[in-house]
Design a protein around this ligand. Structure first.
Ligand code: ADQ
Length: 468
């Protein structure tokens, strides 16, 4: 069996199930993938150093070898806070209004990708499969090729891929996308993002797409496919049945005193549609004065990317909206929005999800969204809660039995909250059964196996003439 070299911006050392702290979706998914696969996880340590040395800090934790490097402050500013989070992240989430174009960001991005390539190079052995993750490292594959790496390499993008018309607003977009074509496999979360990518490649780069959907790039065939990511279902259900989960569940249930409970769990990010969600709930309270004291929204949103101005703004905006809505609808013994800015152990989250009557997952754009899947996995099948899900989350394609909403329409979301609150038990069970089957079958192991098989299949000679 080939070893797996996983490369991502940050390396998050495996945490025991139930450990405290908010791990991003990528960390959660990769920890469980690496636990089963022999391999090395390489990336930035999250630490800064005065001068870049490329020194590798190696550790072995729970069967996973991690190798990390420290970056200079200028690298962090230009590559991470800059190009990754102020240029690509907003652009890939269709927010060209928030997208910043700065030549230094682009240069820093290329410099750090080259530093990644130089540092990981000595770790790569001839039979290894190299699996690169996400928008931070799009050109890494081509840099590895330039340094003589002949291994099979794949990229998985966790975010959406934007429509061509938006992408062309990025200076040097051709150069960025062309650099991705050095990978053997390029994976997206959904068919929709894949189609946008194929559209760009064929219209802007003029490359032929073969009948089986591969890209013909100078005689090499590149597999571009959708690989929808899932959750570690078995681990999550185990956590949901733990004593800590039950305790968290009971504590939350007792605190709402028989009222209906809606839950939202998101990184504090403008892509997650939190402002619109709060407004929709405010509208629900205004439109349904009879139910106003009967429903609580618990929103858990740990801050992220606090060095980026748009994240500071969203935080202020949400504090203002919470104050406004609570001010208008609270009573002496009741506050409609409980807004909590911290992370929780996963088992506690599972208990919270289970205590909720409604999961409110309304991103404006999301590559996939794992919270929607966790909410489904945590429900009691006999008396399941209702998932309200944005039609703009990648997860909506698999979770079509949720109540799908347009998160921009406060009217639509408010009406859907009402519908969810009134949904008969038989319909809740019927929908839940289908949702559960999808979340269980298409879990993170399935995702990883499919991706690695595509990467490996290529290595077996499945279509690649020469990738050297
Ligand atoms: P994220 O944007 O981070 O991931 P998401 O898929 O929802 O979004 O994953 C968030 C994860 O963090 C979930 O597992 C959740 O439980 C956890 N989390 C959030 N808040 C938490 C808290 N307060 N305490 C503890 N845990 C918390 C990116 C993409 C997504 C894609 C994933 C995986 O933006 O679209 O689904 O990668 O590919």
């Amino acid at each position: 069996m080939s070893r797996l070299i996983v490369i991502s911006n940050r390396v998050s050392v495996p945490k025991a199930a139930g450990a405290a702290g908010a791990q991003g979706g990528l960390a959660v998914a990769l920890n469980s993938a690496l636990r089963e696969h022999r391999g090395i996880w390489f990336g930035w340590s999250g630490q800064e150093t005065e001068e870049f040395t490329g020194h590798l800090n190696m550790q072995r934790i729970e069967g996973v070898t991690t190798a990390t490097i420290d970056l200079e402050p200028q690298d962090i500013d230009e590559y991470y806070n800059g190009y990754a989070n102020r240029t690509l992240w907003p652009l890939f989430h269709y927010r060209i209004d928030l997208t910043e174009y700065d030549r230094n960001f682009g240069e820093g991005y290329e410099r750090v990708n080259a530093r990644f390539a130089d540092s990981v190079l000595p770790l790569i052995e001839p039979d290894d499969l190299v699996w690169v993750h996400d928008y931070h490292l799009l050109p890494l594959g081509s840099m590895l090729r330039q340094k003589g790496v002949k291994n099979r390499t794949g990229l998985f993008l966790h975010t959406p891929w934007p429509p061509t018309r938006l992408l062309v607003s990025l200076p040097f977009h051709e150069r960025l996308v062309s650099s991705m074509l050095e990978y053997d496999v390029i994976g997206f979360q959904t068919q929709e993002w894949l189609e946008s990518f194929i559209h760009y490649v064929s219209k802007e780069l003029g490359l032929p797409i073969t009948e089986d959907g591969t890209i013909d790039y100078g005689g090499r065939r590149i597999i571009a496919r959708a690989f929808p990511i899932g959750i570690d279902f078995a681990e999550f259900v185990e956590g949901a049945n733990s004593a800590e989960a039950r305790e968290a569940h009971d504590r939350l249930k007792a605190s709402v005193r028989g009222r209906k409970l809606m839950i939202g769990v998101d990184r504090l990010d403008y892509s997650k549609g939190l402002g619109e969600r709060f407004e929709s709930f405010g509208r629900f309270l205004t439109d349904n004065p009879g139910q106003a004291g009967d429903v609580v929204l618990l929103q858990i949103a740990p801050p992220s990317r606090g060095d980026v101005a748009s994240y500071q703004q969203i935080r202020e905006d949400l504090e203002r909206k919470t104050g406004h809505i609570n001010g208008a609808h609270a009573d002496v013994a009741f506050v409609p929005i409980r807004y909590v800015n911290r992370g929780y152990p996963r088992s506690h989250l599972a208990g919270f999800y289970r205590a909720a009557d409604i999961g409110l997952v309304t991103p404006l754009r999301d590559g996939m969204n794992l919270v929607a899947k966790e909410f489904v996995a945590a429900q009691d099948p006999e008396d399941p809660g209702v998932l309200i899900l944005s039609q703009f989350a990648g997860a909506a394609l698999q979770l079509a039995d949720a109540l799908l909403v347009n998160p921009h329409s406060t009217e639509h979301v408010s009406e859907t909250i009402k519908r969810a609150l009134e949904m008969p038990l038989a319909e809740r069970r019927q929908r839940h059964e289908k949702l559960l089957a999808s979340v269980c079958d298409e879990d993170v192991q399935h995702w990883r196996e499919e991706f690695v098989a595509a990467l490996f299949g290529q290595a077996e000679g499945g279509g690649a003439d020469d990738t050297g």
